[in-house]
Design a binder for this molecule. Structure first.
Ligand code: FMN
Length: 158
């Protein structure tokens, strides 16, 4: 399973590494990969992926999804929109990181990716996790990882 990381200043990488550690202890192996290194065709061949994404509002009034995504995640988003791979093999989960001070844009990258992946035919493994930065205590992530490990173990293959 891939853990796809979309980060600007590596906060989401820390989340991804912690998630990888939790999943590993639960017997689920995974590979971290930065969003900018993911090709749409490769993603279409995957069966499971978790997306760990921070949100970056680059402009005061965002108009495009890319206005709210870290650069690597924006690059992947644009390639997926352009190439429209069939992601019907893929089951995914999204873990978003953001700051509540951004109000309606809190963790917006998570919902942007959830919408895109659904549009391309991927199916969710479980509900999205939204973490408020700075994260104080990682219990929420640990609980989410436990649920994810259980969902990964059940009926992932149709
Ligand atoms: C310029 C800037 C814009 C940001 N915009 C948002 C935003 O729109 N929504 C949000 O939830 N968090 C926003 N954040 C907070 C970051 O998502 C948060 O600091 C996160 O931990 C950064 O993770 P990263 O290091 O993986 O990029 C912003 C932070 C900065 C510095």
């Amino acid at each position: 399973m891939w853990i796809v990381v979309g980060t600007q200043t590596l906060g989401a990488l820390e989340v991804a590494e912690r998630l990888q550690g939790c999943l590993g202890r639960l017997g689920c192996s995974s590979r971290l990969v930065f969003a900018e290194a993911v090709g749409p065709a490769e993603l279409a061949r995957e069966e499971r992926a978790v997306f760990c994404l921070s949100t970056w509002r680059w402009v005061l009034r965002p108009k495009e999804p890319a206005d709210l995504l870290p650069q690597g995640a924006a690059w992947l988003y644009e390639r997926l929109c352009r190439e429209r791979p069939d992601l019907s093999r893929l089951r995914y989960a999204v873990c978003a990181l953001g700051e509540r001070a951004y109000g309606p844009y809190f963790c917006k990258a998570g919902s942007i990716y959830t919408q895109l992946l659904g549009w391309l035919g991927a199916r969710p493994l479980q509900g999205r996790l939204e973490l408020a930065s700075p994260v104080d205590g990682w219990e929420e992530l640990g609980d989410w990882a436990v649920a994810l490990a259980a969902n990964l173990g059940q009926g992932v293959r149709p």
